[in-house]
Design a protein around this ligand. Structure first.
Ligand code: NAG
Length: 302
């Protein structure tokens, strides 16, 4: 009889518990664990570019006084060569590139998400979860208690990156993915835009005018980290920092690592023996699940 009461008491808890949103706080990962994990993600990234895959034509280095001037100090394109046939044929790059035409760059217009775009989002996420980069991250987040399973991490990753919110107090016009990887025009300026693949494709399409660079990271192979000044149509970015030559899965993984373990702060990572800081921001104005925040921004600090 007593056992039945215990069972009756437990049953609703078990059923209800199964529907409770996953807590994002695990045992706090230490500074060393996060830095080392990034190094493992880097080592596992078989899809990153090698030196001969990309030629950058950096041209003019702007001083800090010059970065906000909007002056075109560089007459030529930033990218003089990208081995598209090799890199963009890789499944994670191909799935990533398929997502880039899904967005309206100017904020204030609702992002409609037809079924075909959901399919593309799922295909991208499924593809990156086949890589060892995402397995390593997933194992780490489960073993440190941030998630209870790889499946719950995968489901949450989709929400945090692709879930829509409004940057203009109304229309669902933005997401972490759009902001960081596609870029937006907000309040008359370029906002976000931290993807080298998007930069390259937009420059090739004549939509970007490269002005100058102001930072060149310590790396001698890819991925490297740079700070650029550029215009997207007439809109200016006075300091756009980005990885160059990284794979989409590496960027998603390292940004998610920092977003989940060091939200709204500077996160120290190690990549190829060099230390790098990554800043992430959570979107504070709306939530999903029970109080979880969408990705607002994230980028390497230069
Ligand atoms: C977000 O919230 C802050 C603080 O309440 C508010 O000042 C800001 O206007 C909000 N932004 C949007 C886009 O809703």
């Amino acid at each position: 009889m007593k056992d039945i009461f215990v069972l009756l008491w437990l049953l609703p808890c078990v059923i209800y518990g199964a529907h409770l949103p996953e807590p994002r706080q695990g045992r706090a990962a230490t500074v060393d664990e996060v830095a080392n994990l990034a190094e493992q993600l880097y080592a596992a990234d078989v899809n990153k570019a090698v030196s001969s895959d990309i030629n950058l034509n950096l041209q003019y280095k702007a001083s800090s006084a010059q970065t906000s001037s909007g002056t075109d100090f560089s007459s030529q394109n930033l990218f003089s060569y990208v081995n598209e046939a090799k890199l963009f044929a890789r499944p994670t790059f191909a799935r990533f590139i398929a997502l880039l035409d899904n967005y309206i760059k100017t904020t204030g217009t609702v992002e409609s998400v037809p079924a075909a775009e959901i399919t593309e989002q799922n295909a991208f996420i499924d593809e990156i979860f086949k890589t060892s980069v995402l397995s390593i991250l997933s194992n780490f987040l489960v073993s440190t208690g941030y998630y209870t399973s790889s499946a719950s991490f995968k489901a949450d990753l989709k929400e945090m990156w692709f879930g829509l919110y409004t940057r203009t107090k109304g229309p669902l016009d933005s997401s972490g993915f759009e902001h960081i990887f596609h870029g937006e025009i907000h309040s008359g300026k370029i906002s976000g835009f931290h993807s080298w693949v998007q930069f390259y494709l937009q420059e090739k399409a004549g939509q970007i005018n490269y002005l100058s660079y102001s930072a060149d990271g310590a790396w001698t192979s890819y991925p490297d980290v740079y700070g650029f000044q550029f215009k997207w149509n007439t809109y200016l970015k006075t300091l756009g920092s980005m990885f160059i030559g990284s794979s989409p899965e590496f960027e998603i993984a390292v940004l998610s690592l920092c977003y989940i373990t060091r939200p709204d702060s500077l996160c120290t990572v190690r990549i190829g023996g060099q230390t790098l800081k990554i800043q992430t921001y959570t979107w504070a104005n709306s939530t999903y699940g029970s109080g979880k925040r969408y990705v607002a921004s994230g980028y390497p600090v230069v």
